[in-house]
Design a protein around this ligand. Structure first.
Ligand SMILES: [Zn+2]
Length: 460
């Protein structure tokens, strides 16, 4: 009761302070902003709201509707977004964070500073959260994840981590990022490795089941079944790197939760298995196969790349793509087309598909943040409509990653959104025409970030 008296007293003092006509607006309305006039794509797949209004208070959306319907509290700021399009901040379900630094990629770059640089790159490109898939190690990533969540770095996207993945020995090499993984050789060891991740509060366990085109012996079904079983017993889900059809089928039978990549072939049996396992989802990760055949953004180089990536790293990628060897290009084209057909088939079957970019990954020069925008275009090329792609990249991926407060512009969600100069429903590449990015209700300083990227990269 004593506390109650104090609370009432404090309340009265605050009320006097903010009475009409007082010089200082109340602290609440100082943090209220009404955004008006934009075309609003909320992320739920419904038609956009033209001439919309939405209110942000204390870093959250509190009201969403049409201009004129929503009254701002006294003292609220107003932002005119007439002519702009607003989408929820994007979410990347599959990346490898902390390794890439200009021309080098490896564990030697894996520092708190480099992870923060990467999370700021995601933010710069309108991505509010990215899931690192099994290549993190040590305690630092879990600490950094929690610090970003607590708001310590307002211009950084959320860093989600699966911690160390679980890989067979055949997948682990000193220079392939899977040096971070738990080597899995026995059922008991597999279960113990899952157990180590439980107190770190990961939401996903990452594993690899792949022959790499027949080159390596994949993880045995006995081991991946043990991983899946142990994860489920502990309320966790399992994301697998698996791209081959027969393994994908057995993983579905074994109760896998997330395919971290699109599967390279899709047949009717696979579709039927997905229908029997409606909670199993797929992350797109079309970027590798697609850029082998389609890189118009490298010639001319897109301005967003020029302003965030040093010239020598751009030049290296230009040296690889477009491919000039005709036979190789024909093979790449065939595999992209097969992948796209499978993607369309899963989309038509109603399989839940989120966005993963594999940004920062091993094929090299998968520019963090930028890959999100090429991935959106890839998904349209593979048969989704722009409207479907935006839902996949926002609400659906948030659901897959179990991030309750991201993925939509809706009352109660964190006010993370992107202001665009053009409508991505007309042309998905309009997602690149970024005017502003808001995280937790505050516009990030993109000019300052840009300067930092070009500096930080120069040190390596
Ligand atoms: Zn990956």
């Amino acid at each position: 009761m004593r506390y109650l008296r104090w609370i009432v007293l404090v309340f009265l003092v605050l009320a006097m302070w903010s009475k009409p006509g007082a010089a200082q607006p109340s602290s609440t309305s100082q943090r209220a902003t009404l955004f008006e006039g934009a075309r609003l794509i909320t992320g739920d797949g419904r038609a956009p709201i033209e001439n919309a209004a939405f209110l942000v208070e204390n870093a959250r959306f509190t009201r969403v509707g049409r201009k004129g319907e929503i009254q701002a509290p006294a003292g609220a700021a107003r932002v005119d977004l007439t002519g702009k399009t607003v989408i929820p901040a994007l979410i990347d379900g599959h990346s490898h964070i902390g390794y890439m630094k200009n021309l080098t990629s490896g564990a030697q770059n894996y520092t708190r500073e480099n992870i923060l640089d990467h999370m700021r790159r995601f933010a710069y490109f309108g991505v509010a959260a990215s899931q690192s898939m099994g290549t993190d190690f040590g305690e630092m990533p879990f600490q950094l994840r929690d610090e970003i969540l607590a708001g310590k770095y307002p211009d950084a996207a959320r860093f989600l981590t699966a911690g160390r993945g679980l890989a067979p020995l055949s997948e682990i090499a000193s220079d392939n990022m899977r040096q971070a993984a738990f080597p899995v050789t026995t059922v008991a060891g597999a279960r113990a490795s899952v157990q180590e991740l439980v107190p770190r509060k990961v939401r996903l366990i990452k594993t690899w089941v792949d022959t790499r085109g027949g080159a390596v012996k994949p993880m045995s079904p006995e081991l991946y079944r043990a991983i899946i079983d142990e994860a489920h017993k502990n309320g966790l889900r399992v994301a697998v790197h698996a791209t081959e059809l027969e393994q994908a089928k057995d993983l579905l039978r074994a109760g896998i939760d997330v395919f971290a990549h699109m599967i390279s072939d899709v047949d009717d049996e696979l579709v039927a298995l997905f229908k029997q396992h409606p909670n199993t989802v797929v992350l797109s990760a079309l970027g590798g196969p697609r850029r082998a055949v389609y890189v118009p953004w490298l010639n001319p180089v897109h301005p967003l790349i020029i302003e965030t990536v040093l010239p020598e790293q751009i030049a290296r990628l230009q040296g690889r793509f477009p491919q000039r060897d005709a036979a190789q290009l024909a093979r790449s084209t065939a595999s992209w087309e097969r992948l796209a057909r499978g993607f369309a088939k899963l989309t038509a079957a109603g399989v839940k598909i989120g966005v993963g970019t594999d940004g920062g990954g091993q094929q090299g020069d998968q520019f963090l943040g930028w890959t999100m925008h090429t991935e959106l275009e890839n998904m349209v090329a593979a048969g989704m409509t722009p409207a479907q792609v935006i839902v996949a990249a926002t609400r659906t991926t948030a659901e897959i990653l179990e991030i309750d407060d991201l993925g939509m512009v809706a009352a109660g969600k964190s006010a993370d959104f992107v202001v665009l100069d053009a409508n991505p429903l007309d042309d998905i590449t309009n997602s690149r025409k970024i005017s502003q990015v808001y995280l937790r209700g505050v516009a990030i300083d993109r000019a300052k970030l840009r300067a930092g990227f070009m500096n930080a990269s120069a040190t390596n």
